[in-house]
Write a protein that binds this ligand. Structure first.
Ligand SMILES: *[C@@H]1O[C@H](CO)[C@@H](O)[C@H](O)[C@H]1NC(C)=O
Ligand SMILES: *[C@@H]1O[C@H](CO)[C@@H](O)[C@H](O)[C@H]1NC(C)=O
Ligand SMILES: *[C@@H]1O[C@H](CO)[C@@H](O)[C@H](O)[C@H]1NC(C)=O
Ligand SMILES: *[C@@H]1O[C@H](CO)[C@@H](O)[C@H](O)[C@H]1NC(C)=O
Ligand SMILES: *[C@@H]1O[C@H](CO)[C@@H](O)[C@H](O)[C@H]1NC(C)=O
Ligand SMILES: *[C@@H]1O[C@H](CO)[C@@H](O)[C@H](O)[C@H]1NC(C)=O
Ligand SMILES: *[C@@H]1O[C@H](CO)[C@@H](O)[C@H](O)[C@H]1NC(C)=O
Ligand SMILES: *[C@@H]1O[C@H](CO)[C@@H](O)[C@H](O)[C@H]1NC(C)=O
Ligand SMILES: *[C@@H]1O[C@H](CO)[C@@H](O)[C@H](O)[C@H]1NC(C)=O
Ligand SMILES: *[C@@H]1O[C@H](CO)[C@@H](O)[C@H](O)[C@H]1NC(C)=O
Ligand SMILES: *[C@@H]1O[C@H](CO)[C@@H](O)[C@H](O)[C@H]1NC(C)=O
Length: 754
């Protein structure tokens, strides 16, 4: 540009000056001046060479024009006597002329040396003088200094506008700017290559985060700025929740009970998010990773992660549903129920308690394998007619929480044997109970009672059915039928009960027996249902219990013996009853017992009764009977008496002295009598239990008198007083002997009448 401004005056000046400098020089054709224009660039502080032709001219002059100035001033000239530097040259840096040339060398080029340098050169050639004008435009270039980055905001919030400027102190334009960004991975990328020093961003994003550098370049050099960190504040984004182990269902996430579940929350944010965990809206944990060790079914619910940007005081939240799966209890339960009115088998399987519900299916059914698939419980209908006894069916259960499946088995079986019927009555025969049972089948059999006329009785029951009827004689002779139904029993089984009132019979309705022996009364029970027992009533109409001394009972199902022990003619004769009562009636029959006495034994007469010595310690007895036979023995009795030779019962008690004398005996000696006491004696014959009339009462007589000297001798023997008393007593007895005999009364005259 300087050309246009300085060209004309500069040219004029040179023309004017030249004649002065070129004395003696022939200018052939002054109009033929050659103009050469060049541009030389120098860098401030360094050296630059300004050329003025390639060969040394004969005469040259260098002029300098400041930019924007129209004055040209001489710097150096050489009119053939060596270069002459002007004052001006010293102000243009270290300016020198290269020897043997007209070129200028400027060392340590100052900035103000920039301008238009003009070299007017004259060459003396054979063809004449040649004038050259060299216009050398010197551009002093300044290297770029180290740039730096200016940020409108070093921590802008995402979405807001910002700018970045690359600034430098010095540097000759045009300056190219290159922006470099280094991301987290250290990868450097260039962008906005060009001369743009300003990056104006209307909305920053987190992607702008990074290290920034700018590079400034001009013709001379290039420089990089220090890197600067651009921190974009943002977030938190909507949190993302990661669940380990990962399992998704239609209603959210699921976990297996007792597992360890890790909930990890991630929400992009700068500065990093603060995380808070909520379970069903109550805070449970602070931190990004919430770990539940051994999760339980009660931990099912809503889990929320709240992310907070504490710098921006912004927050965002994500909620998930977590369902804890747990296995069902125990193992599946199998059963068989009757179906379709006891014609089919309903195979039933259940496995409760798990979440989600267990899935179940049946196998083993004829052509239905795998069917009946269901949850919680599975029922499969299997026709009874197509099923053989003992068929086993298996129900398989599986659950998401269990890796092995569980199963249960059922076996279809009819109850064993036949139904059993029986009847019994409640106490006092108030109610009649008809029982029917057929137990043990799978499924259980159905039992129903039907009257003989076909009318159903009561309700139908499984396994056992008891029909309760109020006792009534109208049922006697009636039949009741128990019918059964079972899917595996195509023909209905039955059992029949026929109710009958008891019927009693006896072999002998009149029994006679001799007194003292045992007698058996027998009663036989016929046609008795429900079964009952025979009870006995004695001749006094009292119920008979087993009292071993008197009554012995021997009861069997169909008969009963009553033994009456040691029959007594007075007490045991009479009418006995045997009786039996059941719920549909009763019976009673009499048995008459005669207890007979033996014939009365003959009367006994004492023919002799005498002391066999004077000591009176032994009595000899002899007797006779009126008739022979009908006797089994004798017994003897004595009675104290006050007078000798009495023949009547004194009324004092009788004492048995000999119990059973053989029937053939007619004499007996009683020994060990007390001589001091006077007794009367009698003898009675017995025939078994029949006691005869006692004999007359007799006192023993003394032996013949030969006994006196002995008595007296004994008295003399020393016991004088005792002897006198004995003699007195003796005399008294002898004197009163006859008086006593006259007042005798036989003892049985009054006793036999009772
Ligand atoms: C820029 O140039 C000016 C004047 O030319 C000078 O004073 C200054 O030192 C230079 N700055 C740098 C950083 O070189
Ligand atoms: C920058 O470059 C553009 C074109 O790329 C140009 O138009 C503009 O003049 C240049 N500016 C400078 C100062 O060099
Ligand atoms: C950036 O650009 C916007 C719109 O284009 C303008 O309003 C704003 O002044 C610019 N900022 C700078 C520093 O140039
Ligand atoms: C950031 O960059 C990624 C990948 O280059 C892009 O998917 C995403 O949309 C960018 N984010 C923004 C906010 O521009
Ligand atoms: C949490 O919420 C779920 C779903 O409403 C509920 O089933 C569960 O019982 C709740 N848990 C507690 C501890 O309240
Ligand atoms: C069941 O079967 C019996 C015959 O075995 C019949 O009388 C009765 O009506 C049936 N019940 C139903 C509900 O079909
Ligand atoms: C079997 O399950 C069904 C629903 O799945 C239910 O209605 C029925 O009551 C269940 N039966 C038994 C016996 O649990
Ligand atoms: C279930 O599977 C897991 C992993 O496959 C195994 O560790 C565990 O022992 C299994 N449990 C049973 C009862 O088989
Ligand atoms: C069911 O029966 C099959 C064969 O009949 C047998 O292998 C299995 O162990 C049985 N399962 C159970 C639980 O009894
Ligand atoms: C019961 O009495 C009958 C007839 O008297 C008799 O035949 C039978 O042997 C007796 N039974 C017993 C066990 O005594
Ligand atoms: C036996 O004696 C009694 C009374 O002493 C008498 O009544 C009865 O007639 C006598 N019998 C005979 C057969 O003499």
């Amino acid at each position: 540009m300087g050309y246009g401004l300085a060209g004309a005056p500069y040219f004029c000046l040179t023309i004017c000056l030249l004649p002065v400098f070129l004395q003696g020089l022939e200018i052939l054709d002054p109009g033929e001046v050659v103009y050469v224009r060049t541009v030389t660039k120098g860098v401030v502080g360094r050296s630059v060479m300004l050329e003025c032709g390639t060969t040394l001219p004969d005469i040259y002059i260098w002029g300098f024009t400041l930019p924007g100035d129209d004055h040209i001033r001489a710097v150096v000239y050489n009119f053939g006597k060596g270069p002459k530097l002007q004052k001006l040259a010293t102000s243009l840096g270290e300016l020198s002329v290269i020897s043997d040339s007209s070129s200028l060398l400027i060392d340590r080029l100052p900035l103000f040396a920039q301008g238009l340098y003009t070299c007017q050169a004259l060459y003396d050639t054979n063809e004449g003088a040649l004038v050259y004008y060299y216009y050398v435009r010197l551009l002093v270039l300044v290297p770029v200094t180290k740039p730096y980055i200016l940020l409108s905001d070093s921590s802008p919030v995402e979405g807001t506008p910002m700018w970045m400027r690359c600034r430098l102190e010095n540097g000759t334009g045009p300056i190219h700017y290159i922006w470099e960004r280094e991301n987290f991975n250290g990868v450097i990328s260039e962008f906005n290559v060009g001369n743009i020093s300003l990056m104006n961003i209307t909305g920053v994003t987190r992607n702008h985060t990074g290290w920034y550098r700018c590079l400034a370049r001009n013709e001379v050099n290039q420089q990089r700025s220090d890197r600067i960190w651009l921190d974009i504040i943002f977030g938190p984004d909507s949190p993302h929740i990661d669940i380990t182990p990962y399992s998704v269902t239609e209603r959210g996430f699921s976990a297996l009970e007792r597992e360890t579940v890790v909930l990890l929350c991630k929400a992009s944010s700068n500065p990093p998010s603060l995380y808070v965990w909520f379970y069903n809206n109550s805070q449970v944990y602070i931190g990004p990773q919430f770990t539940i060790t051994k999760i339980l079914r009660m931990h099912t619910g809503y889990y929320s992660c709240l992310a907070q940007n504490t710098y921006l005081n912004t927050r965002s939240k994500t909620t998930i549903t977590l369902t804890v799966y747990y296995p069902p209890d125990g193992s599946p339960t199998c059963n068989i129920f009757p179906g379709n009115n006891y014609t089919d088998l309903a195979l039933w399987c259940s496995w409760m308690g798990g979440h989600p519900q267990a899935s179940l299916y049946w196998t083993g059914a004829d052509d239905l394998s795998g069917q009946g698939q269901s949850q919680t419980n599975a029922t499969l209908m299997q026709p009874g007619s197509k099923t053989t006894d003992g068929s086993t069916f298996t129900c398989h259960g599986s659950h998401v929480t269990l890796n092995s499946s569980a199963s249960c088995n059922v076996t279809a079986l009819p109850p064993p044997g036949d139904p059993q019927c029986s009847a019994y009555a409640t106490r006092n025969n108030e109610y009649l109970m008809l029982s029917c049972s057929w137990e043990g089948g799978t499924p259980r059999a159905l039992l129903s009672w039907v009257a003989s006329n076909g009318a159903p009785q009561g309700s139908s029951e499984e396994n056992a059915n008891i029909l309760v009827l109020r006792s009534s004689a109208t049922y006697s002779g009636k039949a009741f039928v128990c019918t059964t139904k079972h899917p595996l029993s195509p023909v209905n089984k039955r059992c029949i009960l026929k109710l009958e009132a008891p019927v009693l019979v006896t072999q002998r309705s009149i029994v006679s027996v001799y007194e003292g022996s045992d007698v058996q009364l027998t009663c036989v029970l016929r046609a008795n249902y429900p079964a009952t027992e025979i009870t006995w009533y004695n001749n006094l109409r009292h119920m008979v219990w087993d009292t071993p001394r008197k009554y012995q009972l021997h009861n069997e199902a169909a008969w009963s013996n009553l033994t009456v022990r040691e029959t007594d003619g007075m007490q045991d004769s009479g009418q006995y009853w045997c009786s039996a009562t059941n719920a549909v009636g009763g019976a009673e029959i009499p048995i008459t017992l005669y207890v007979r006495k033996y014939p009365v034994p003959p009367n006994v007469t004492i023919s002799k009764i005498v002391y066999n010595s004077r000591k009176r310690t032994e009595v000899d007895l002899e007797w006779t009977t009126a008739t022979a036979g009908h006797l089994t023995g004798f017994f003897m009795e004595r009675q104290r008496t006050l007078a000798a030779e009495v023949k009547v019962d004194s009324g004092l008690p009788w004492q048995k002295v000999v119990a059973d004398l053989a029937p053939e005996l007619r004499s007996h000696t009683l020994r060990g009598q007390d001589p001091a006491t006077l007794y009367a004696f009698r003898i009675t014959a017995v025939n078994h239990r029949t006691v005869g009339h006692p004999s007359e009462v007799r006192t023993p007589a003394d032996p013949p008198f030969t006994a006196y000297p002995a008595v007296i001798g004994a008295a003399i023997g020393g016991m004088l007083l005792a002897t006198i008393l004995t003699v007195l007593l003796f005399l008294y007895i002898v004197r009163n002997r006859n008086n006593n005999r006259r007042e005798y009364h036989p003892p049985w005259s009054s006793a036999a009448r009772h």
